[in-house]
Write a protein that binds this ligand. Sequence first.
Ligand code: RB5
Length: 145
Amino acid sequence: MKIVMGSDHAGYELKEAIKEKLQNEGHEITDVGCYSTESVDYPKYGHAVGKAVASGETERGIAICGTGIGISIAANKVPGVRAGLVTSVWQAEMTKAHNDANVLCMGGRVVDKELAFEMVDAWMNTEFMGDKHLRRINELEDLDF
Ligand code: RB5
């Protein structure tokens, strides 16, 4: 699968670890940066991840900053993106099953590598449930009730 990954400096090391794991599993990773632990601003990287997914260039995206919060806000600003910020395996599963999250976000200062890997696996291996959940994600595109 084609997956875009992006992080700021606080998510860099976790991004690299997840990138290696996914590449070893045969996935094609586009890395939009950052490329070191030198301090950078997260909006640009969240936006780049969101754009790659929304444009169809990649099927999914993973975005990581220190808390996961800033970069998830940035990714969610791109129309068509449903970025889910997760801290547990169950949330990772549910953000695919119920939200059809096309971007997974996490905090490099919040979760360790083992949990991060388990969350990525859960999100990758879960199917969107559709039905009422499809109605709800469609409502996200038209919030003028
Ligand atoms: C960087 O210090 C930190 O603010 C950033 O990684 C992120 O947590 C913002 O939401």
